[in-house]
Design a protein around this ligand. Structure first.
Ligand code: N01
Length: 544
């Protein structure tokens, strides 16, 4: 059966392929669809026992996308987008997973996906110009091309606190949540982490648990999502404007078209005008603030006007002024750590069964079987612990895989000082290996579905062009890689993003080099560069 847990591409399947795709999330599925349409033999390997990538693993309570459902969906097939009905403004994890499964069935994708199979190594055979790919099931296949559709947030980060292994209660990472869910009724629960995942999970868990203790290291800026169900009429209106909406998304910085872009500077506006603009954005909710003024992410004084607005909102919502002060973000610019979109996050701290612990003031000292002691000597008794502690983003998954390019060079070694890519798609001396939404591309700062679609289309065209040219391989030159890495750094340095200890900067993982991991010039400029390179016959790339 195509959707069986072992997948369908297992026993008896060919061991020589045109393309191996690693990962059956949004990117991997579209790669399979497009490549198969063009006549290539493809197999997708997926570690999970179901498809969906991020949306398969992150099933914690409250998990929901904070880009509107109408926008956070494939754009490549008009009929698909017309026939699918999203139930809410922002889709939850279960609905997105349902959609992904619908797409897999609709395009008959499952027969070339092998589930429960983790790719452990990919070695480039220079003589044959092919990749030898090995899995944890002991299979080996040979493929001319390899697409790493492994996701940007797919290696969960654990916490390292003395004695944590002695903790006898149940532990859950938000990105590896049990399929059937968890019942926290009557239990004392601790949660570490107040990023997007924590901020979404906390209100839900607080409603169920006997007591919830939130261990916060850095408070985040969070804006109400104002989620609501969609009715038939709203869906009809949205679908009628799809063509226009997609057009606007592709030409926008973030791949989101629903929020107006204000071309003015915050510092040119009067305080009253700014207040009106920010209140209007507050009413729109979610990520709308990113486009409220053009100087917010480049000028610290402009940024501070918005940061103060958001801090004031927190103080208004949280009744206990001491708790409110602990929740107010300070010391980094607004939006330079991923802006969160929430439902009742701050209000949750007004509940009697919720305690906030500031880990900067009182760090963890030691875990024991029944809880954790903080450095003020206080013991927090816990039955269960949730880690919402994020990911070794963008590079972790690829560096942990045994990937070897020309001369046996190990990708993890090459990237020890930080990722080295051309366009965020390829790395020199790793021919015919492609990454989707990789480090050095706009990646997570652009609508991920569209970003993945663009990369898949760029990659499939490159594969076609290699074949058309009668060549066997394509790879970036060292020169273009050096140029691109420097360019990504230079553009990043013009923004305020470098001022935050965020996962965008690799700063959340001890020992990871600190550098901007994303291209911050905006998608339209990025796409123009990618297209220009192709138009000039893959300038900066070598075909052999
Ligand atoms: O992870 P995070 P996330 N001790 O890295 C804290 C996307 N996403 O899973 O800031 C104590 O953002 C850490 O503290 P600090 C979205 O792109 C989207 O929440 O490092 N605390 C932080 O508070 C998002 O950005 C959606 O000081 C520790 C938290 O854990 C990305 O995924 C929903 C710690 C980690 O926050 C990642 O979000 C969910 C330690 N040792 C996720 N280590 C939506 O679309 C870490 N922390 C809505």
């Amino acid at each position: 059966k195509a959707s069986s847990s072992s997948g369908s591409a297992g026993r008896g399947a060919p061991t020589t392929l045109d393309v191996v795709v690693v990962g059956a999330g949004f990117a991997g599925l579209y790669a399979l669809h497009l490549l198969r349409k063009k006549g290539y033999s493809v197999r997708v390997y997926e570690a999970g026992d179901g498809i969906g990538g991020t949306w398969y693993w992150n099933r914690y309570p409250g998990a929901r996308c904070d880009i509107e459902s109408i926008e956070y969906s494939y754009s490549f097939d008009e009929q698909l987008q017309q026939e699918w009905d999203w139930p809410a403004r922002y889709a939850d994890q279960a609905d997105i997973l349902k959609y992904i499964n619908h797409v897999a069935d609709r395009f008959d994708l499952r027969r070339d996906i092998q589930l429960e199979t983790r790719v452990t190594s990919a070695h480039f055979d220079e003589k044959a110009s092919r990749w030898t790919v090995t899995t944890n099931r002991g299979e080996t296949v040979s493929a001319q091309f390899c697409i790493m559709a492994t996701g940007c947030l797919s290696t969960p980060k654990q916490v390292d606190v003395e004695g944590i292994d002695d903790f006898a209660g149940q532990c859950y990472h938000t990105a590896a949540w049990p399929r059937g869910g968890v019942d926290f009724s009557g239990r004392r629960v601790g949660i570490i982490g107040t990023g997007s995942s924590g901020i979404q999970a906390i209100p839900h868990i607080a409603k169920q648990a006997k007591h919830l203790t939130v261990f916060q290291r850095t408070p985040n800026f969070s804006i109400p999502a104002w989620n609501h169900p969609l009715d038939d009429e709203q869906r009809r209106v949205q679908k009628a404007e799809y063509a226009d909406l997609r057009q606007r998304e592709w030409n926008s910085i973030l791949g989101i078209s629903r929020f107006p872009v204000n071309p003015n500077r915050a510092l040119d506006a009067t305080p009253e005008e700014r207040e009106r603009e920010y209140e209007a954005r507050w009413a729109m909710g979610g990520l709308s603030f990113y486009t409220s003024y053009v100087d917010l992410l480049v000028d610290p004084r402009a940024n501070e006007t918005l940061a103060e607005f958001a801090r004031r909102k927190i103080r208004q919502k949280v009744k206990d002024p001491k708790v409110a002060e602990m929740l107010v973000p300070k010391g980094y610019p607004f939006g330079t750590k991923r802006l969160c979109a929430d439902t009742d996050y701050y209000e949750t701290y007004n509940r009697d069964n919720v305690t906030l612990v500031d880990l900067r003031a009182t760090p963890f000292q030691k875990f024991s079987a029944s809880g954790v002691t903080t450095q003020d000597g206080r013991f927090h008794e816990l039955d269960a612990l949730i880690t919402a502690t994020g990911f070794d983003a963008l590079t972790g998954t690829l560096c942990n895989m045994d990937i070897r390019g020309r001369g046996g060079e190990v990708l993890g070694d090459k990237w020890k000082g930080g990722p080295r890519t051309a366009l965020g798609i390829m790395s020199a001396r790793f021919p015919n290996m492609f990454v989707t939404t990789g480090p050095g591309s706009p990646s997570v700062l652009f609508n991920m579905i569209l970003g993945n679609e663009y990369h898949v289309e760029w990659i499939v065209r490159a594969i076609e062009d290699v074949r058309k040219a009668g060549r066997v391989a394509i790879e970036p030159t060292q020169a273009i890689e050096d140029f691109w890495c420097q360019h990504v750094t230079d553009v990043g340095n013009q923004t305020l993003f470098t001022q935050a200890d965020s996962w965008y900067m690799g700063a959340n993982v001890p020992g990871k080099p600190r550098q901007i991991l994303l291209y911050l010039g905006g998608f339209p400029a990025y796409k123009a560069t990618c297209e220009d390179i192709v138009a000039k016959g893959y300038e900066g790339f070598a075909m052999v």
